[in-house]
Design a protein. Structure first.
Lengths: 544, 384
């Protein structure tokens, strides 16, 4: 299955000999190199992180005290909508795709992604999609203001004119994701080096394989959803319009059939990253590799059967609510298995606390915390009180910020020396971790209390009893936001700095995996001849 | 660093445990879900606490082992890694035990959920309709029906006046219910999706156009309970609060009598009396600010193109009949509602007169030969 004919590879090696990157802008525009495309994805995601983060700070400034602080409510709603869309589609997903592009070929011993030109296209759709989405801010009537979940009929009959630009940009993002996912599936199935069996793959590759299938399954559903919106807005259909015989709830079913697997799309690759980092800095193999793989796939399958837990208060019949409550509670089982296995990996290890490890440990603690609020949310009766309150806001920021975003930051620290050949400053990295962690908790912890006390989400103004905690949240948000400048400095210094290439090939003492057998910085072309994964893995194991 | 980590953990768990401190006094202590005043809110509260305690126990175990490992097995303390990496038995244990815990949680959750769905044997039925951005309450068997608007003055929102204690949580006409009575709620919406949420009554029910959702309340203690719209419904989502006043059964009967059909019709007849122009214009400004300015803005400039300007508008400076009809019947598919159902003739006359006079519209109306002042009878003539 994984054998690649050796004759082909020899020919390939001749072609690729001394074939460095072209110079100038065309290198980036026309590149088909997985490392370049990975860099493009990651840079784009980093830029969007600051755009979306800036919007978050505008939101938090408006919420610093009751009454109007800066914005009119219309612009506030545009900010919450754009913040959500940018963070989900413009930061987390491209960052994960960037890491996949960089790491999957190097982890499975492939020379590149299977479909390199498609790869170029799947990235270059994104800047245009987001340019179009951001341009709505400057349009008459303003940007979409109906929240990132864009519930009909607020987004159809009542949406601003710019909604059509939003629909088209969602289509482009969806196409980009589908192409990237296809490429990843084909690469993992066909391009593995001899000896790299499925059950030998790093968990990150497993996480991405599962994610790619999820993307292929649900992105077309999202595309269908926004197309129905477009039809309702301009072609006199009534999919979501009750007055025309349509059903506003159909929108929510379709949206969340996409939306719930989407949250696993955002986190499963991150689970993989953590499953690589924890063993490295514990100097001990991952505990329960098989259980981890099964849990990943299990979460993905169960993830298709829980979408209505976003709709407990919509008046669903008792039987439907019970079914979705039970299945949702069941998600806690495979997720728990993951957390228990990470902790078991740490147990009796030989642990050090470099920055990637700090972020990974921060992830385990705070993601588990987000998982707890998730378990509470799964209890349908209690959900009647939590739904659409700040409790939900706190929950999904714990699983997305200290979840997905932390895993991405951990991954960047973990592989940055491999990519650039330069070690980052450990001292600055630690500062970054502690400021981020403190900022994160000061921002989002009080939101639990706000939600339980009755503060709805997506409001630009609030009753005075919510003032204290909102002010704490705002202070935390600024600590969190500005500490990311440290991260920016660290990454830019490693990428563009003039310092010596001081990183060793096997950057971390406990690291194993094919990527660490390559030089640091990684050459433009790697594994032009497939490595023998079995031999390399044996050598790699001997390091421990 | 170990110290910092431990302290952080203690801080988190400390905050968590505090949440149980003061259950019965919502808003005084903002840490936990209110215990509320309805059997549903009590049951939901206990289910919430059960879920919370289960999480606490799991958290102490998992984070305990984690922190123990981080302290004990550090390379700097000379720890050597032990190379075990798989154990089927332990995987089964930590699959089965959480599953059993979940089953134990699912049992009370199922019971409470069935209780929420049981709207039988109610003593009163109230239909609640969400509008952008107000609530309408209809007491179906009593023939009482009214709109409930935010009553917080605009200058408190803009920061020009000190905020009162119920800032953004006060309305002109609260929903009134008798205590110790099961009240069935029929919840729907006229335009976009809203959600009727009063934390102390344990009810959040989405109001969806085309659907009538059911839920119920049973208030055990007289008092005033406040909530807000729970589903993003457009620009003034934050400005459509819910106030429920629970009164004794006798007081409720009196309230119904005062608001039933006959009394209301007599009051409406009185409202049709012609008004002096100066009175209409004077009354018009605050009414405009309260009912219209959220979209059309206090300066009449609107937020085009979604919310058109009224200054120089061809409707407002056109024939009065055209404007009256638009205000009465609304514009379908936009936030411009049919105000004929919502506001009385005198209020509408004052608002329309005010807009036809303000922002230089008076000069345009004079030039076009259109009336500036509109009387309640003009409104009534169109509202047939």
């Amino acid at each position: 299955m994984t054998d690649i004919s050796t004759t082909v590879d020899h020919a390939h090696e001749q072609d690729a000999h001394d074939h460095g990157p072209p110079k100038g802008i065309t290198r980036w525009l026309f590149t088909t190199n997985h490392k370049d495309i990975g860099t493009l994805y990651l840079s784009f995601s980093f830029l969007m992180l600051f755009v979306g983060g800036f919007m978050a700070l505008i939101i938090r400034t408006e919420l610093f005290e009751p009454g109007k602080v800066l914005l009119n409510p219309q612009f506030f709603n545009q900010m919450t909508t754009m913040h959500g869309l940018i963070m989900v589609f413009g930061v987390i997903m491209p960052a994960m795709a960037g890491l996949a592009n960089w790491m999957i070929p190097m982890m499975i011993g492939a020379p590149d992604m299977a479909l390199p030109r498609l790869n170029n296209w799947s990235f270059w759709l994104l800047p245009f999609a987001f340019a179009m989405l951001s341009s709505t801010l400057f349009m008459s009537g303003g940007a979409p203001a109906f929240g990132w979940t864009f519930y009909a009929p607020l987004s159809t009959t009542y949406g601003p004119p710019s909604t059509d630009f939003f629909i088209f940009s969602i289509h482009m993002m969806g196409a980009s994701s589908i192409l990237a996912a296809l490429n990843i599936v084909v690469t993992i199935f066909n391009m593995r080096a001899p000896g790299m069996k499925m059950m030998n793959m790093p968990i990150f590759v497993w996480g991405w394989l599962t994610t790619a299938f999820l993307l292929l399954a649900v992105m077309p559903v999202l595309a269908g959803c926004v197309t129905m919106m477009l039809m309702d807005r301009h072609f006199h259909t009534s999919f979501f319009n009750a007055a025309g015989g349509g059903d506003p709830l159909l929108f929510q079913h379709v949206f969340w059939f996409f939306g719930h697997p989407e949250v696993y799309i955002l986190i499963l690759p991150g689970f993989g990253i953590i499953s690589d980092i924890i063993p490295t800095f514990s100097r001990k193999p991952l505990f329960g590799y098989h259980a981890m793989v099964y849990a990943t796939v299990g979460i993905a399958i169960v993830g298709f059967l829980v979408w209505m837990h976003h709709m407990f208060t919509t008046g669903a019949p008792l039987a439907a609510q019970l079914f979705f409550m039970y299945v949702t509670m069941l998600v806690a089982v495979p997720t728990g298995i993951k957390v228990f296995n990470w902790v078991a990996t740490l147990y009796k290890g030989s642990i050090t606390f470099e920055t990637p490890m700090l972020f990974a440990l921060g992830f385990i603690v705070m993601f588990t915390f987000g998982g707890f609020s998730g378990l509470m949310l799964s209890l349908a009766p209690a959900d009647y009180q939590y739904r659409d309150s700040y409790f939900v806001v706190a929950h999904f920021h714990y699983v997305l910020v200290s979840g997905s975003l932390f895993t991405i930051i951990a991954a960047v620290y973990y592989w940055l020396p491999k990519w650039t050949g330069r070690m980052y400053s450990e001292k600055l990295g630690q500062w970054h971790f502690w400021l981020t962690t403190i900022g994160m908790n000061v921002t989002f912890m009080p939101m639990h209390f706000l939600g339980l006390a009755g503060m709805p989400r997506r409001i630009p103004d609030y009753a005075i009893q919510f003032t204290d905690f909102n002010q704490i949240c705002t202070v935390g948000a600024f600590i969190f936001g500005f500490s990311q400048l440290i991260f920016l400095y660290i990454v830019l210094k490693a990428c563009l700095g003039k310092g010596k290439h001081d990183a060793m090939d096997r950057v971390w003492e406990g690291a194993k995996g094919l990527e660490w057998t390559l030089p640091s910085p990684v050459p433009y072309h790697t594994f032009v001849t497939p490595p023998n994964a079995t031999t390399l893995q044996t050598e790699s194991h001997a390091v421990f | 660093m170990r110290l910092i980590f431990t302290r952080l953990f203690l801080l988190i768990s400390g905050l968590l445990l505090m949440t149980d401190a003061n259950a019965a006094s919502p808003y005084l202590n903002n840490l936990n879900m209110p215990y509320g005043v309805s059997p549903l809110s009590h049951q939901i509260y206990w289910l919430h606490m059960a879920g919370f305690y289960v999480c606490c126990v799991i958290g102490v175990l998992v984070f305990g082992v984690l922190i123990y490992s981080l302290i004990k097995f550090r390379k700097s303390k000379g720890a050597q890694a032990v190379h075990f990496h798989e154990h089927l038995g332990i995987e089964i244990i930590w699959t089965v035990i959480p599953f059993l815990i979940l089953v134990a949680l699912a049992v009370p959750a199922t019971i409470v959920l069935a209780h929420i769905h049981n709207t039988d044997n109610s003593g009163l039925t109230v239909k609640i309709t969400g509008y952008q951005w107000k609530w309408k309450y209809e007491y179906l068997d009593q023939g009482v029906s009214f709109f409930s608007n935010l009553s917080t003055p605009q200058d408190q929102i803009s920061g020009d006046a000190p905020k009162d204690a119920n800032f953004l949580l006060e309305v002109d006409h609260p929903m009134v219910v008798p205590v110790d009575t099961k009240v069935r709620l029929l919840v729907t919406a006229d335009d976009v999706i809203h959600a009727w949420w009063v934390p102390e009554l344990g009810v959040k029910q989405d109001a969806i156009p085309g659907y009538i959702n059911e839920n119920w309340i049973y208030v055990t203690k007289p008092g005033t309970y406040r909530g807000q719209c729970g589903e993003l419904c457009g620009v003034n989502h934050a400005f459509m609060p819910i106030v429920v006043k629970a009164v004794s059964k006798a007081d409720f009967a009196k309230w119904v009598a005062a608001h039933q059909g006959g009394a209301v019709a007599a009051a409406q007849q009185a409202l049709l009396k012609p008004q002096p122009a100066a009175d209409l214009l004077k009354a018009g400004e605050p009414l405009y600010i309260k009912n219209c300015a959220m979209c059309h803005q206090p300066n009449g400039q609107g937020l085009p193109p979604t919310f058109p300007a009224l200054q120089g508008s061809h409707i407002v400076t056109g024939p009065a009949v055209g404007q009256i009809n638009m205000v009465l019947k609304g514009v379908p598919g936009t936030a411009m509602q049919a105000f004929g159902d919502q506001l009385d003739a005198r209020t509408l006359a004052a608002i329309i007169s005010y807009t036809r006079n303000a922002w230089g519209n008076d000069a345009l109306n004079k030039k076009n030969g259109n009336a500036i002042i509109v009387q309640p009878t003009d409104i009534e003539a169109q509202n047939k």
